[in-house]
Design a protein around this ligand. Structure first.
Ligand SMILES: Cc1cc2nc3c(=O)[nH]c(=O)nc-3n(C[C@H](O)[C@H](O)[C@H](O)COP(=O)(O)O)c2cc1C
Length: 364
């Protein structure tokens, strides 16, 4: 029996590791390579109906730091370790009609791997709801197993798209209603971590029929300016805009968001994303309730793998399997969510003395 097999949102995964919607899943060639390497599933780079044109410069940078000179920079220095990715890449520039035959071929070639199509349209009118339905029908018709609704892209100017709409529970409900009326596959909803109403947004999505919440997309952020050159480390004609931070740097913050959702909706499914680069990070998402794990930056950073994490998926599966054998676990369900009851209110944590009153010492 395959101990790594997981059933998530009604889908059977050969292992719980999935490449997140991003450059590793931007083309048929890369997705086929990822499946050959052993990934349990992929979420495609987000597919939309409107053509996109990216900035005239690098779309992604990888920021590193080091023990000797511990500042964060993309600049090459010896002995550095990965800190984060920063990107301002838009959704897929491949149009829907080119994606469809590719998706069909991928699913036919790897029927046992889960193919999840990430889609995005706008909001605020019947025309945009029809766009969501159109995208959903098209990708399901060619065999996609599930859909992930992108309500989280952090760098959209349009106020009715991406991360902007995750603040509006009515819009979340109306998009889910539209998509659910069009297709009959599990719908995952990818939310932005950059909102104070994340738990309510997740609640609205679950209530409206989302099978799972995918968390987190990148965190809105800026690249650094070099003090000597006085240039941003990535810019076009001296200008930059808010982009998204991913990779190890966001791990603890992503875990907090997943824990918040898991505490509010213990029975709600969560696909955990943000800073996974090995077993330890994946483990941490699982103990906060994630039943599925998505990876982007670490796969992109792996040299010689074409940016799809060939060694990474081998390590992730080997290390998870070893761990489960050592602990006598027969599935990730045996330790999923075990951290839930240990995340408590500040006041519930023992004090050195009992003179605690909401953060102040009574006698102070
Ligand atoms: C260059 C780049 C492009 C991305 N494009 C998308 C996208 O099209 N749709 C989406 O939902 N997320 C996109 N993401 C976000 C990732 O799917 C993922 O949520 C994020 O990078 C955090 O995971 P990580 O820490 O493993 O990188 C992108 C990330 C990067 C670095």
């Amino acid at each position: 029996m395959n101990a790594l097999a997981t059933r998530f949102t009604g889908l059977d995964f050969v292992n719980p590791f999935v490449l997140a919607s991003a450059p590793p899943t931007e083309s048929k060639r890369k997705i086929l390579r990822a499946f050959e390497a052993g990934w349990g599933g992929v979420v495609t780079k987000t597919i939309g109906l409107h053509p996109v044109e990216n900035v005239a410069g690098p779309k992604t940078i990888f920021q590193r730091t080091s023990d000797v000179a511990p500042y964060v920079s993309r600049n090459k220095r010896p002995d550095t370790v990965s800190h984060s990715s920063w990107n301002w890449e838009l959704i897929s520039d491949q149009p829907l009609d080119l994606w469809l035959p590719d998706l069909e071929e991928i699913k036919t070639t790897y029927p046992d791997r889960m193919l999840i199509a990430s889609i995005m349209a706008g909001a605020g009118g019947e025309e945009e709801m029809e766009n969501w339905r159109k995208l959903a029908r098209a990708v399901v018709n060619v065999g996609c197993d599930a859909i992930e609704l992108n309500m989280s892209c952090p760098h959209m100017d349009r106020k009715d798209m991406g991360a902007h709409i995750a603040n509006d529970e009515d819009i979340i409900r109306s998009i889910l209603k539209a998509v659910k009326s069009a297709v009959d596959v599990p719908i995952w909803v990818k939310l932005t971590p950059a909102t104070s109403t994340l738990v309510d947004a997740a609640g609205a999505a679950y209530e409206a029929g989302a099978a799972s919440i995918s968390l987190c997309n990148t965190f809105p952020s800026l690249p650094l300016m070099d003090p000597e050159t006085m240039k941003f480390e990535v810019e076009v004609d001296g200008l930059v805009t808010s982009g998204g931070l991913g990779g190890l740097a966001i791990l603890p913050q992503a875990l907090q968001r997943v824990s918040d959702i898991n505490k509010a909706y213990p029975d709600g499914a969560v696909s955990g994303i943000g800073g996974i680069r090995g077993f330890r990070e994946a483990f941490n998402f699982i103990v906060h309730g994630a039943g599925n794990l998505q990876v982007c930056t670490a796969a992109m950073e792996e040299k010689g793998s074409g940016g799809v994490g060939v060694k990474l998926i081998q390590e992730l599966t080997d290390d998870l399997k070893d761990y489960m054998e050592r602990k006598g676990f027969s599935s990730i369900e045996d330790f999923r969510g075990i951290a839930r009851d240990r995340i408590v209110e500040h006041s519930q944590v023992r004090r050195k003395s009992d003179e605690y009153n909401g953060g102040y010492k009574i006698s102070a």
